[in-house]
Write a protein that binds this ligand. Sequence first.
Ligand code: T6T
Length: 316
Amino acid sequence: MLVAACGSGQVGQSGSGDKPGGDSANSKKLALVPGVQAEPFYISMQCGAQEEAKKLGYELTTQAPQKFDAAMQTSIVNAMGSNPPAALLIAPTDDQAMLAPIQQVHNRGTKIVEVDTSLKDKSVAVSSVSSDNAEGGKLAAQTMAKLVGDKPGSVLVLDTIAGTSTTAARAKGFEDELKNHPNLKSVGIQFTQNEPDQAASKVTAALASTPDLVGIFATNLNTGEGAATGLRNAGKIGKVNLVGFDASPSEVDGLKKGEYQALIAQDPAQIGTKGVDQAVAALEGKPTERDLTAQLHSITKDDLDANSKYFYKQSC
Ligand code: T6T
């Protein structure tokens, strides 16, 4: 587990029994628990959150699991124990398995704000801030249809892990929009466990079984990186369109090299900023918004430079 790539110390180290959010040692403490450590999407989100927390006079600490894994994330949340922060900003790695640990922290008085992913149960968090992921999937399908043109063919969708709210919504948004483009036929959604190697193998298998494969939609950074590897290994770079999600340095590099034909970039810093605003509003008794979205941007090689502000960071 990693502590704060861009800042301060551990969550919940000072005295025990404080009442979160009350007039206590922890009343100005916010904790951020992203989906996984050392990943440009979550680092960029953390940068936005940290800056906003500082501006508003709060202290934000970050602790992320080594892998996008509910058991690892549960350990971090459980370790907050009797000394929880005033507010917890969290990207639940599983829309059901993370309910019990988050609920426990909530029961101790901590305000919960979901950033990026969310739980199925809408009763725990005061606010959820994310991209409009269904809209992102739709945008990806429209981009794919434009890239493929009138040519009929099959497309493959690479999802991450079942129970990841964001990528599930992207995959569904893509499949729904595909119905408006009858030339394109989906060969279905494949799970990759968010492992690039598994994504690469799925692409290798799809290329072998589907000779008319014209496109792949990779629903996040790892699936995209794996898909590019699968295409490279088969000598299919540029022959099969790859539309990725996110804009990590390696994906942007892949777009420049022609491995990807388009990327749907999120604005993770904005998610972090808005998440902190919601947490602070909840703590200060001000109105909050239950669901907030951050903007998405479709980027191709032709408009790369104009969109460089959306590229993700490796550090703050
Ligand atoms: O796409 C992001 C994030 O939105 C998603 O929930 C999980 O994957 C990423 O972190 C990128 O790897």
